[in-house]
Design a protein around this ligand. Sequence first.
Ligand code: AMP
Length: 218
Amino acid sequence: MRKALILLGPPGAGKGTQGKMLESHYGYPSISTGDILRESVRKQTDLGRRAQALMEAGELVPDSLVDEIVKARLAEKDAQKGFILDGYPRTLGQAAFFEKLAASEGIHTVAVGVIVEDEELVARLSARWNCPGCGKIYNTGSNPSRQPGRCDDCGKSLIQRKDDRPEVIRERLDVYRRSTQPLIEFYRQRNHYRQVDGKGAADQVFGSIVSVVDGMTQ
Ligand code: AMP
């Protein structure tokens, strides 16, 4: 059966990093609505122009926009066996939309909550640097690049996201509590939810995710 692995969790919990690791492990694409939106902003497409101000303020973009992005992305060839969702769904409205889509396409959903306490999230997001070329994520404290400011893999200059500024980080955490945290209950009620501790090293968190996912889908 076609599988959806939803990574649920606050900003900075490591969903992007885990999504990439899980992509190599399962061979399913990791789909990040945040990455797709940032790319649209960079290219200044119609979608990007509509999303930019909201993203820079740490607010969510309207459900209808992201729902359509995901629907179109899931129609692509590489997502037919399964896929990983990083940063979607993020509201109950999106979860309901995805639930309908999953039912009509025979998709089996597992939602994994990656949980990290607020203090640690703020510290991680403030120290996060991203490669605009290959998308690799670094942390100046726990996972620095070998040469400061440069990507180990593709050599591009690393950049810091505009929404990783302290005042925006606080807003994003509030938005998470208000809009996204209720999804835990949504998936729990359907018995599709498992939780892992996101505090440790990336490899350790990855091991926990794989074990709960394999435990649920076998
Ligand atoms: P992320 O990279 O997942 O932290 O997303 C960055 C920003 O993109 C968010 O703060 C939102 O403004 C927007 N965004 C990404 N995914 C969604 C979504 N599923 N629903 C609404 N807005 C989103």
